[in-house]
Design a protein around this ligand. Structure first.
Ligand code: HEC
Length: 178
């Protein structure tokens, strides 16, 4: 009898330990999930119905784009970026926000629907940012429209970490350099 009680007690204790361990594991994993999720989502826009192709088409739609400082001639060196020499274009929604001598005023943000297009001179690559529900969609397309970096990918390490550099204005960095 005594042995039997001992056994029950022992199994209850080990159950308690097991429950505690389980609780610890659950808490720890939910912490990890929340943490990585928040980090992941910080710059990641909510799912949109837009496609890479649609945004590529907008980047090619020259009639609705204007050059940075209305200068279609100047090729910027791109010394500070990963793409090399480039020209810069804005759609009309974005251009309306450029009220500080052709730049976005410090502290301002581009409105939804803004499109910024970096035309890379060496190979015609288009790197672009499109404002959607207060987030930027980040993409890259080859000159022929094939996708290099999809707007559905996580842009945090590929684009945003570098675009968060000193002098950024709403994560756009050209204003600081040119
Ligand atoms: C290593 C840093 C770095 C990375 C990574 C980077 N960029 Fe940039 N990007 C720049 C810099 C610097 C400029 C300013 C122009 C220049 O000097 O090339 C720029 C300019 C741009 C512009 C013009 C608007 C602006 O911010 O001035 C676009 C659009 C752009 N990048 C898109 C992208 C996309 C899309 C990605 C990711 C696929 C990306 N960039 C990754 C540094 C970076």
């Amino acid at each position: 009898m005594e042995n039997y009680i001992k056994k029950i007690l022992a199994s209850q204790i080990s159950n308690k330990v097991r429950m505690k361990t389980l609780l610890k594991i659950t808490l720890f994993s939910s912490f990890c999930i929340t943490f990585t999720h928040c980090k992941y989502d910080k710059f990641r826009p909510p799912k949109s119905n837009l496609t890479d192709r649609q945004l590529y088409d907008s980047c090619k739609n020259n009639s609705s784009l204007v050059y940075y400082k209305n200068d279609s001639v100047t090729i910027h060196s791109g010394d500070n970026g990963p793409h090399g020499a480039f020209k810069l274009k804005f759609n009309k929604i974005a251009a309306l926000a450029l009220t500080d001598g052709g730049k976005l005023p410090i502290g301002n943000v581009f409105p939804d629907g803004s499109l910024i297009v970096k035309e890379v001179q060496s190979n015609g690559l288009l790197a672009f940012m499109y404002k959607h529900k207060s987030f930027w969609l980040w993409g890259e397309a080859n000159a022929d429209g094939s996708t290099v970096f999809s707007i559905d990918s996580d842009p945090t390490t590929a684009c945003v970490n570098c675009h968060s550099q000193n002098g950024e204005r709403d994560l756009a960095v050209s204003f600081h350099h040119y």
